[in-house]
Design a binder for this molecule. Structure first.
Ligand code: SF4
Ligand code: SF4
Length: 165
């Protein structure tokens, strides 16, 4: 099957069409070459990560961290609000009572499954004690899913001073 092309059309358009096609090839070639030259002398946007570290904005939100004061006191009172608001159910808290004050509670276990966490920040928003904050940390790559369960011991840190960055 093919299209019928009258002989007079072939003879009229043949040479002109081929010149136009050659012209388009050259125009395309010079456009591409011009782009290459422009980028050859402009500042590179890539970096040698992880040797070079990206400069993150002070508004950057990485994965959540638990806050403790400089004297080691934990802010978390194990109220479980963050666990309830977390959309993918990534938080698990086991509350315990302080031995010297049974009215006060603290998390004996506080896990965040980073394989589930969507870094939405709801937990930090909901916490009445400001005990969770979104950190600058973003490197989560791991060969095993189990190692994405971050335990309390790993999550605890002193509060960030964002304005200094
Ligand atoms: S940042 Fe969002 S998804 Fe991650 S633990 Fe907090 S509430 Fe859950
Ligand atoms: S981190 Fe905040 S919201 Fe979550 S259990 Fe502790 S005090 Fe409650």
């Amino acid at each position: 099957m093919g299209y019928y092309v009258p002989a007079e059309r072939v003879s009229r358009g043949g040479r002109g069409a081929s010149l136009r096609a050659t012209g388009m090839v050259f125009v395309g070639f010079f456009k591409g070459f011009r782009e290459t030259l422009v980028h050859l002398f402009s500042r590179p946007v890539t970096m040698h990560y992880p040797e070079e570290r990206p400069k993150l904005s002070s508004r950057y939100r990485g994965y959540p961290k638990l806050i403790q004061e400089k004297d080691g006191t934990e802010r978390c009172v194990a109220c479980k609000l963050c666990e309830v608001v977390c959309p993918p159910r990534a938080i698990f808290i086991r509350p315990g009572e302080l031995p010297d004050d049974p009215k006060e509670r603290y998390p004996t276990q506080f896990d965040i499954h980073m394989g589930r966490c969507i870094v939405c920040g709801f937990c930090a928003e909901a916490c009445p004690e400001d005990a969770i904050e979104m950190s600058y940390d973003f490197e989560l790559a791991t060969p095993s899913l189990d190692s994405l369960i971050y335990r309390k011991e790993f999550l605890v840190r002193e509060p960030l001073e964002r304005e200094k960055r």
